[in-house]
Design a protein around this ligand. Structure first.
Ligand code: NI
Length: 172
């Protein structure tokens, strides 16, 4: 296993739409293990393949309460009407934590690293992680989910390397 380099905001790969996983082979399993190790080392609760420079539709996650794994080709087939705000960060945008609105529950079709298909409904924190990671596969970062004025403020803080901010949502 190996610790992989995590790409940072500004790298065009983070803004590209990842292609489907097609080869469920030893190489894919090794990448999944390396991504799990990289995520745990960071530490983080989720990591998408484009973040380590491999633009395929795969992510790893670990909610640190026993729910962890590797997800390939995820498609959200149902979203709860109910949404909630929760704090998110991203290994590609170190130091920035913001309140992001997400669906409380989603139902996802996906495949494991062996290519076996499954459907799973996830809720709360795991649903938040999965929505964040699935966004990565479409070139979307959590800052894109912020209201325009809050996003502008976040970008300004990032440019100025000023992370001593309170989440602007508290001031809205
Ligand atoms: Ni992220």
């Amino acid at each position: 296993m190996a610790i992989l380099e995590v790409l940072k905001l500004g790298d065009p790969i983070l803004r590209s739409v990842a292609g489907p996983v097609t080869a469920f082979d030893a190489h894919l399993r090794a990448l999944g293990q390396d991504m799990l190790q990289t995520m745990h080392d960071a530490p983080g609760v989720g990591l998408a393949a484009p973040q380590v420079g491999t633009p395929i539709r795969m992510f790893v996650y670990d909610d640190s309460e026993g729910d962890a794994g590797i997800v390939c080709n995820p498609v959200i087939i149902e979203r709860s009407d109910e949404t909630e705000f929760g704090e998110e960060g991203c290994l590609s945008i170190p130091g920035l934590y913001m309140e992001v609105e997400r669906h409380v529950a989603i139902t996802v079709e996906g495949q494991n690293v062996d290519g076996e298909a499954w459907v799973r409904k996830v809720e709360d924190f795991v649903a938040r992680i999965w929505q964040h990671e699935i966004d990565h596969l479409d070139g979307i970062l959590f800052i894109d989910r912020l209201p325009p004025e809050v996003r502008k403020e976040a970008m300004r803080r990032l440019r100025e390397n000023d992370f001593e901010m309170r989440p602007p949502t508290e001031r809205l």
